[in-house]
Design a protein around this ligand. Structure first.
Ligand code: PMP
Length: 443
């Protein structure tokens, strides 16, 4: 039986949408009915070019037959198996595949169902790791201003976006934040990594001096911050964070929920930037968005600390009913096959220069205050309308969809792009023609 997924619903009050001004949204809803390749179709039958790979997740493009087939077959064969104290073969296979593409010492994988769960899992692993090694006093966690690490209490505590925090009480104790690295004065219209700002990593050294290294468990950053509007690491910044962590026995966690799986031209941004963290959190592109799934990749050293206790003791009291869910594993295995066979991790390198030139061609359009790019990620920051920050960005985002059949993301006055990696130069031309028209119309 088909459910009416291609028709707009008659009643809209029962469903409470996440991260949405529901009252405003329901006046002019943007509802998607189907998708294929680079395009969505909305419930009015209009084709919309997907400039954002859904929410940064559909890296191999929509409705790939191989992924669809894998999910269907898995549903027919084994729909569900308990995730602990017994299991099924697929998460073993998938973990091995992930270990093969991850930076060298990250060879062990814990499965979750989302980016938020991956982040909270990673923070818990970091704390439990220190405890397992007899350094249980290392409980402080350090995040970064403007960081987005999902919506769990761990994630919002280390996250640095005020709106995600301010309604929800005191959160985790013992959390500090590094400054963010967005510096428009010095780095405006940089191409690729900005030149200025590596010294901001020294914030970490200052926190070490303040609290003493023996109290700090881990630092978590997004190699490229996405949700705050594409904030890039200045050249040398991540290297300096790594050095400071090494000096003081602090774990470095990269939140690669958006940068993983080819977004910046390698399997992980860690490889692109030549900096290896101790833990990587992922989700999104892992299963091409076709089933909810996340994963936490940890180093041999971390894993070993948990495996060294007495036998018959459960190493980590943590997990989810749907960790390594059969349908998600099937989707992810088919996704990884697709990435490999189509060489999609390299695609962002191949197209990077074309993408960069195309997005920077918007410089000079009305109210364009900055343009940022790396791999197949881009952002156009608009000047805020006086007194109403975010209004211009939101208007452009809605106009892009309704009038120019282009899906972009907006956060505040930043328009972000992260298309499926299957695109070619003609799609890039189309994306930026439509975005230019949107920006002119919004002015
Ligand atoms: N971390 C980062 C860096 C993200 O960008 C996101 C989602 N945009 C998350 C965590 C949370 O992922 P999810 O929405 O799957 O919980």
């Amino acid at each position: 039986p088909g459910y009416p997924a291609t028709r707009a619903p008659e009643r809209t009050d029962a469903y409470w949408m996440p991260f949405t001004a529901n009252r405003q949204f329901k006046k002019a809803p943007r509802l998607l009915a189907s998708a294929e390749g680079m395009y969505y179709r909305d419930t009015d039958g209009r084709e919309v070019l997907d400039g954002t790979a859904g929410l940064w997740c559909v890296n191999a493009g929509h409705a790939r037959p191989r992924i669809v087939e894998a999910i269907k077959r898995q549903a027919e064969t084994l729909d569900y198996a308990p995730s602990f104290q017994m299991g099924h073969p697929l998460p073993f296979l998938l973990a091995e595949r992930l270990a093969d593409i991850a930076p060298a010492p990250l060879k062990h994988v814990f499965f979750t169902n989302s980016g938020s769960e991956s982040v909270d899992t990673a923070l818990k692993i970091a704390l439990a790791y220190h405890r397992a090694r007899g350094e249980g006093q290392r409980t402080r966690l350090i995040g970064r201003e403007k960081g987005y690490h999902g919506v769990g209490f761990g994630g919002i505590s280390v996250g640095g976006l005020a709106n995600n925090r301010k309604f929800f009480g005191a959160q985790l104790p013992g959390v500090d934040h590094l400054r963010h690295t967005l510096d428009l004065e010095r780095n405006r219209f940089s191409r690729g990594l900005p030149k200025h700002g590596a010294e901001l990593a020294e914030d970490l050294e200052r926190l070490v001096q303040l609290h003493d290294a023996s109290t700090i468990a881990a630092v978590i950053v997004e190699p490229v911050a996405g949700s705050a509007g594409v904030i890039l690491p200045p050249e040398g910044y991540l290297q300096r964070l790594r050095e400071i962590c090494d000096r003081h026995g602090i774990l470095l966690i990269f939140d690669e929920v958006i940068t993983g799986f080819g977004r910046v031209g390698e399997a992980f941004a860690a490889q692109r930037f030549g900096v290896t963290p101790d833990i990587i959190t992922t989700a999104k592109g892992l299963s091409n968005g076709a089933a909810p799934m996340g994963a936490v990749l940890v180093s041999d050293a971390i894993h070993a600390a948990f495996m060294q206790g007495p036998e018959e003791v459960i190493e980590l009291f943590h997990g989810y009913t749907y960790s390594g869910h059969p349908l998600a594993c099937a989707a992810a295995l088919a996704t990884l096959d697709t990435y490999r066979e189509e060489g999609l991790f390299r695609k962002a390198i191949t197209l990077e220069r074309y993408w960069e030139d195309a997005i920077h061609s918007l410089r000079g359009l009305p109210h364009v205050a900055d343009i940022r790019n790396i791999g197949l990620v881009g952002a156009v920051e608009l000047e805020s309308r006086p007194g109403v920050p975010g209004a211009r960005g939101y208007e452009a985002f809605a106009r892009a969809f309704h009038e120019h059949a282009l899906m972009v993301r907006c956060t505040g006055d930043v328009l972000a792009l992260s298309p499926p990696l299957i695109l070619d130069e003609s799609h890039i031309d189309r994306i930026f023609e439509r975005l230019a028209a949107t920006i002119r119309a919004t002015a």
